[in-house]
Design a protein around this ligand. Structure first.
Ligand code: ADP
Ligand code: 5GP
Length: 196
């Protein structure tokens, strides 16, 4: 009989903050983890940026206008928020609290400013930095993804150097060379941390 069936509450889950420059492969690695184990859960952020082709509202982001974002932020509905590449992004508080209470491993794909806010809030979390093998490869991936116009691409590449400089503040750096290998390394690291 499982502990839940015996009437005991599920073990508390945990929060894993995942940062890294745009195009490093955060979403791709996270998708692999979600496929591996149903305990993994993705925190779906709020954003004011435009939806990319292929993205789904509610699955990839909650796409909102600035007024809605600001209202929810003023109401204290966001655990953290930041302006990144000229758009607002934030983590809804309630779904995350629910997921952790249910014993899930909550993955937060957030930028280095958001990670800093969580560090200072006293919330317990693991911090993972996903890095590209090189800045040249990062540019190649961002171009190949084909989602950014010239201005957005330039902004993301300029910001990448700054974000790379923050990697020392993370518990582990995963270099995303081969996607399967990177996901495997992160999964293994998270399991080792859990049993430590
Ligand atoms: P991020 O979420 O960090 O912005 P994505 O997951 O969207 O990055 O990845 C950026 C692009 O690079 C996507 O087109 C993705 O398919 C591709 N990609 C991700 N990981 C790898 C990898 N290890 N090798 C080659 N291409 C990759
Ligand atoms: P993108 O527009 O490429 O999806 O994301 C741009 C950046 O915003 C990435 O660094 C991503 O991690 C970050 N981001 C996405 N959601 C959030 C969030 O809720 N909070 C913060 N602080 N950053 C976020």
């Amino acid at each position: 009989m499982s502990s839940e069936a015996a009437g005991e509450p599920a073990a508390r889950g945990r929060i894993v903050v995942i940062s890294g420059p745009s195009g490093a492969g955060k979403s791709s690695v996270i998708r692999r983890l979600l496929e591996r184990d149903p305990r993994y859960w993705l925190s779906v952020s709020l954003t004011t940026r435009a939806r990319r082709p292929g993205e789904l509202d509610g699955r990839d982001y909650h796409f909102v206008d600035r007024a809605t974002f600001e209202r929810l932020r003023e109401q204290g509905k966001l655990l953290e928020w930041a302006e990144v590449h000229g758009e607002l992004y934030g983590t809804p508080r309630e779904p995350l609290e629910r997921a952790v209470a249910e014993g899930r491993i909550a993955l937060l794909d957030i930028d280095v400013q958001g990670a800093e806010q969580i560090r200072h809030s006293g919330i317990e979390a693991d911090y993972v930095f996903i890095a590209p093998p090189s800045l040249e490869e990062l540019e190649r991936r961002l171009r190949a993804r084909g989602t950014e116009n010239a201005a957005s691409l330039a902004r993301r590449l300029a910001h990448a150097r700054e974000e790379m400089a923050a990697q020392d503040r993370y518990d582990v750096v995963i270099i995303n060379d081969d996607l399967d290998r990177a996901a495997e390394r992160l999964d293994r690291w998270l399991r080792t941390e859990e049993s430590a």
